[in-house]
Design a binder for this molecule. Structure first.
Ligand code: FES
Ligand code: FES
Length: 159
């Protein structure tokens, strides 16, 4: 017997209606049902931060939320940030400061940092390090990410 539940949610400004299994994770819904594969899945138990998206504007780990819990809510994924031709200042700063290597962690960092910079447009290095403390990167050693956040803050200040 089918146990599908109807949900309606907004993702990156577009409204979707789908029938989903109650056990379906929001991360899998975004990737497999909507094809938004910019949201990455690392640990699938809330540790690595790779799956971070905005949920009603707040950063959350989409592997810890069921798709049914997103019913009636607004989700923003990394696909909404910028385009190749028009990068978000944070994406441009990551590029300029070499703040990624394999890039697997990058969408999660970006989605955690965008609301952080909106709330704190001139962060100290300690504040930046605290802001990224919930995101794991196996490649960079973090220093270039910290430098990129400082550069992004400068770029956003002059916009
Ligand atoms: S995949 Fe969600 S926190 Fe690691
Ligand atoms: S750039 Fe490879 S995990 Fe962060």
């Amino acid at each position: 017997m089918s146990n599908l539940k109807p949900i309606q949610l907004t993702v990156n400004g577009e409204t979707y209606e789908r029938d989903v299994e109650p056990r379906l994770l929001l991360s899998d819904f975004l990737r497999h049902d909507l094809g938004l594969t910019g949201t990455h899945v690392g640990c699938e138990h809330g540790v690595c931060g790779a799956c971070t998206v905005l949920f009603d504007g707040q950063p959350v780990r989409s592997c810890l939320i069921f798709a049914v819990q997103a019913n009636g809510h607004q989700v923003t994924t990394v696909e909404a940030l910028g385009t190749v031709d028009h990068l978000h200042p944070l994406q441009a700063a990551f590029h300029e400061k070499h703040a990624l290597q394999c890039g697997y962690c990058t969408p999660g960092f970006l989605m955690a940092l965008v609301p952080f910079l909106e709330k704190n447009p001139d962060p100290s290095e300690d504040e930046i390090r605290e802001a990224i403390s919930g995101n794991l990167c196996r490649c960079t050693g973090y220093q270039n990410i910290v430098d990129a956040v400082k550069l992004a803050a400068e770029k956003m200040a002059v916009q």
